[in-house]
Write a protein that binds this ligand. Structure first.
Ligand code: GDP
Length: 197
């Protein structure tokens, strides 16, 4: 079985709105195994390390704003003073570092068959207004890029979920020490995935 690890963070908006239990339930019920769990005031450096400081990541984030503004006819230069996606991405990262310290966060490491695809599917589109009904972001938020940017803050989209196998491994090890990660079998595992005879 192709087991993968993924990190989930219930961000300060989810914690402050009392959504931790309701959200975690969805990931447990789908069959993922919780292998690590903590509630903490995130250290600034951990947040900085969590979101990449690479032009690729900055560019991806900045491009999201550019695409959205082009669709809505909003002047990106007026808002950010630049049209460079990398510079916009850097600004958003600064907002994330502040936002993540607004309250404690709940961090969970989960493991399972195709865990990355599952956590992204259950979390939904990064932009809540575009996230499908039934996803965490679609059900609990209707934030938009233009509103978030105008208020100098990241999208309040409730949850972080690792978006690649490599990021899952890296993020779990960033937030958890080795002895905070557990290995055990869920009772339903054999029923769902019977061993080959
Ligand atoms: P994720 O993996 O779906 O969380 O998306 P990213 O890694 O690309 O972005 C990280 C976080 O930055 C998102 O979850 C949002 O909270 C925030 N964010 C991303 N793009 C934008 C943007 O264009 N504007 C604002 N204000 N926030 C953004």
């Amino acid at each position: 079985m192709n087991k993968q690890k993924a990190l989930l963070i219930i961000k300060p908006d989810g914690v402050q709105r009392g959504l931790c239990g309701a959200i975690l339930k969805r990931f447990e019920q789908t069959g993922l195994t919780i292998i690590g769990f903590k509630f903490l005031q995130a250290p600034e450096q951990t947040i900085r390390d969590h979101y990449p400081s690479t032009d690729v990541w900055y560019g991806k984030v900045g491009q999201r704003t550019l695409t959205n503004y082009a669709k809505k006819g909003i002047d990106v230069k007026k808002q950010f003073g630049t049209e460079d996606p990398i510079e916009i991405g850097k600004t958003v990262k600064g907002w994330l570092v502040t936002f993540f310290q607004e309250s404690p966060v709940l961090v969970a490491a989960v493991e399972g068959h195709e865990a990355i695809e599952i956590v992204r599917k259950l979390s939904g589109n990064t932009i809540p207004i575009l996230a499908a009904a039934g996803t965490v972001r679609g059900d609990y938020s209707h934030d938009t890029i233009d509103l978030a940017n105008a208020q100098f803050r990241p999208l309040r989209n409730i949850i972080h979920a690792s978006d690649s196998v490599e990021d899952g491994e890296k993020e779990v090890h960033l937030w958890f020490k080795d002895d905070e990660i557990f290995s055990y079998k869920r009772a339903d595992e054999e029923l769902m995935f019977p061993p080959q005879r």
